[in-house]
Design a protein around this ligand. Structure first.
Ligand SMILES: [Cu+2]
Length: 284
């Protein structure tokens, strides 16, 4: 009888062991959906918090991807039906204006909302940016206004250009990718907006941005196999190829052409003209 109990115990243990390991195989590994991102701001409300994340350590002049989560403190859960919308606003001494920005959309992880803002200028002691966030929580409309700090990029390199084209339209062009350039033909992306007025910055579609990277410190040599940036309706980004043949400082000379192929800004690089008036800078 004792032996029988022993055998049953063994059987029971092995069965529970098998079912345990079975469970392990089927239980999804819990992935932190904001892993690798920095929480830049956290707004504390009575029954919930709003968290702002970015890949960078602070908001910068130029293209910023921003992730937002809203935590319901009662249930200790993140809300996926908050339908947030936002409006960035700069309060200058003599006027106010907004900045190019997308809508906020649910990501693969439905409780994480994502969008981007292109800040055209940094904040300073007397002029500041704020973000107005509207969303719903348990059917109730909410609003938070968050004052944010926008700094110049720490590396001091130019990745954003605000200019008037030969068509007298004010444009904002910002570098997106490659975030980590390599000695290779890199996928390059940029965003292009026009300034309709102080508050409205529509995406510019179907223009072309030519790409001519040069190393001014090395006889202004260029690189082969670059591809002009063209508009992708699916992502609303401009996509092309950036060829970098060695590490160091590169000036990426650009020209902006409208849908008719007319040059709105920028010049060809020649012996007499070593750089375009429209460019990004890169160092890696
Ligand atoms: Cu070189």
């Amino acid at each position: 009888m004792k032996t029988l109990t022993y055998i049953f115990t063994i059987l029971f243990l092995s069965v529970s062991f098998v079912s345990c390991s079975d469970d392990d195989d089927n239980t999804p590994v819990e992935v932190n959906p904001v892993e690798g991102l920095a929480m830049l701001y956290k707004v504390e409300a009575a029954d919930h918090t709003v968290q702002f994340y970015s890949e960078k350590q602070n908001l910068e002049v130029g293209y910023n991807e921003i992730y937002i989560r809203i935590k319901d403190l009662a249930g200790n859960t993140y809300v996926s039906d908050a339908a947030p919308s936002w409006m960035p606003m700069m309060h200058m001494e003599t006027m106010e204006h907004s900045a190019p920005h997308t809508s906020l959309n649910n990501t693969e992880e439905s409780s994480v909302y994502k969008g981007h803002i292109v800040f055209q200028m940094p904040s300073n002691e007397t002029e500041y940016w704020d973000l107005t966030l509207n969303y719903t929580l348990k059917g109730e409309a909410k609003q938070e206004v968050l004052r944010v700090t926008v700094a110049q990029p720490a590396d001091g390199l130019k990745k954003t250009s605000v200019f008037t084209g030969s068509d007298d339209v004010r444009y904002i062009l910002a570098y997106v990718n490659p975030k980590e350039p390599k000695v290779a033909v890199n996928d390059m992306q940029a965003v292009l907006y026009k300034m309709e007025n102080m508050m409205s910055f529509p995406v510019v579609e179907n223009y072309t941005i030519t790409v001519d990277p040069r190393m001014p410190g090395m006889g202004n040599h260029g690189s082969p196999n670059n591809e002009d940036l063209v508009y992708m309706p699916s992502s609303k980004l401009y996509n092309g190829k950036l060829s970098l043949t060695m590490t160091g400082y590169w000036k990426i000379n650009l020209k902006l052409l409208n849908a008719n192929g007319e040059v709105l800004k920028g010049e060809d690089v020649t012996e007499a003209n070593p750089e375009s008036s429209l460019y990004f800078e890169l160092e890696f």
